[in-house]
Design a protein around this ligand. Structure first.
Ligand code: FAD
Length: 374
């Protein structure tokens, strides 16, 4: 596979990379995607996807409901002491595991583009061309490179990105369970120093995924003790973790999750999805943003690519501006909501206000989500 030449090399086959690959390959762009893990595989994620990307998915021939995705229209929020708030989700969404969704995109892309399973180690830009080297000693050449390698990757170190210089206090844990739970609801249960999302996925299992600070986790040192003694102070989580039957041998975990600002373009590499910026998971919108960033890039690229006077820098400016316009405010709102939720005093006041003004919660949710384009 050495010295192959491509229009675009995509590094990382999560939702952003796979979607961009599919969109571009369907429009006759010569695409090669490099992903380090074979499909299907589980990922730490809340697995609630906002409906805002459904029309776009349909245009690419992707139908998550054929895989059994659950329609979700209700939101339940509870505080650490168990007080509950119910709301209707303005846009709604669906529940599907990353195991199923990433694999669905992969199977579709595999018919149209080259997919290599390998870890990219270096990306060099020289004389208006990219040279991408992998652990498996492949060296590939392309006119453009998309960085869709997620929240944290060896390539962030290679590119000397600012956010890698600072430790992040967040870790996350996820597993699937057998448990009675309404399939039209996504629940967000707050606990001291974190929150846990519950929703159903395609096979009727419940996905439980929580974000917590490393500091509070260290007090207990192990996942069962943390769930029993910290999460279970919230009575809804106590009920869940005492009755739910785990379907994984052991939960999946990640740490060093950074919510710091990132750059949408570095060394002429276009960043998509979490590589460009991660929204706080409580907004339940990172997956839709990853997919949407793929759409923004692909549409912009295809429009410019057809133009005889195609200029790399013009495309870079256009993508960076569109990215900021689409996601800047959402990320900012996500940061504010997270700060309120993590502060017991502010969160108590916020809960009281939201209880008195029922429209407040749907309005806040709207601010972190895009619109459905038909
Ligand atoms: C705790 C938690 C809960 C969340 N819950 C939700 C939710 O309910 N709803 C929602 O919409 N969003 C949620 N999110 C956000 C969502 O998971 C992400 O925004 C989404 O996965 C981003 O997709 P991506 O394609 O950018 O990255 P990823 O899905 O992480 O894909 C990146 C890919 O790049 C590959 N890769 C990395 N480095 C290399 C390399 N050097 N070479 C080759 N391949 C490489 C990785 O193997 C990976 O497959 C949550 C996030 C967290 C942390």
């Amino acid at each position: 596979m050495a010295n192959n030449k491509w229009d675009i090399i995509i590094i990382g086959g999560g939702l952003a990379g796979l979607t961009a690959g599919l969109h571009l390959a369907q429009n006759n762009v010569k695409v090669c995607l490099i992903e380090k893990n074979e499909y299907p595989h589980h990922k730490v994620c809340g697995e609630y996807v906002s409906n805002e990307i459904l029309p776009y998915f349909n245009s690419l021939g992707i139908d998550p409901f054929k895989e059994g995705a659950k329609k979700i229209s209700k939101f339940l929020f509870t505080t650490n002491n168990g007080s509950a708030l119910n709301a209707h989700l303005p846009l709604g969404g669906f529940g599907i595991s990353r195991y199923a969704l990433d694999n669905l995109l992969y199977e579709n892309l595999n018919k149209k583009a080259e997919i290599i399973f390998d870890t990219v180690e270096k990306v060099i830009f020289e004389k208006n061309q990219f040279f991408v080297s992998t652990q498996g000693k492949n060296v590939l050449q392309a006119a453009f490179v998309l960085g869709s390698f997620g929240k944290r990757s060896n390539l962030d170190t290679f590119l000397n990105r600012k956010f890698m210089r600072k430790n992040s206090p967040w870790l996350a844990v996820k597993a699937h369970y057998d448990y009675e739970f309404p399939s039209d609801t996504v629940a967000l249960h707050n606990f001291n120093d974190g929150y846990c999302g519950l929703s159903k996925i395609e096979n009727d299992a419940v996905n439980a995924c929580y974000l917590a600070t490393i500091q509070s986790f260290k007090k207990y040192g192990a996942i069962p003790a943390f769930q029993k003694n910290q999460l279970s102070k919230n009575p809804h989580l106590r009920e869940f973790y005492s009755k739910a039957k785990p379907l994984f041998k052991k939960p999946k975990t990640i740490s060093q999750i950074s919510f710091q600002k990132k750059e949408p373009i570095i060394n002429h590499i276009f960043m998509l999805g979490d590589s460009a910026g991660l929204i706080h998971p409580l907004c339940g919108n990172g997956m839709a943003m990853a997919i949407k960033s793929a759409q923004i890039f692909a549409e912009s690229f295809l429009k410019n690519f057809e133009n005889e006077n195609f200029a790399r820098l013009k495309l870079e400016h256009e993508y960076a501006a569109l990215w900021q316009q689409e996601f800047g405010k959402r990320l900012q709102t996500g940061r504010v909501i997270q700060q309120i939720l993590m502060n017991p005093f502010a969160s108590k006041i916020g809960f009281g206000v939201a209880k008195m003004v029922p429209m407040l919660l749907p309005k806040l949710i709207e601010r972190t989500h895009g619109t459905v384009q038909t």
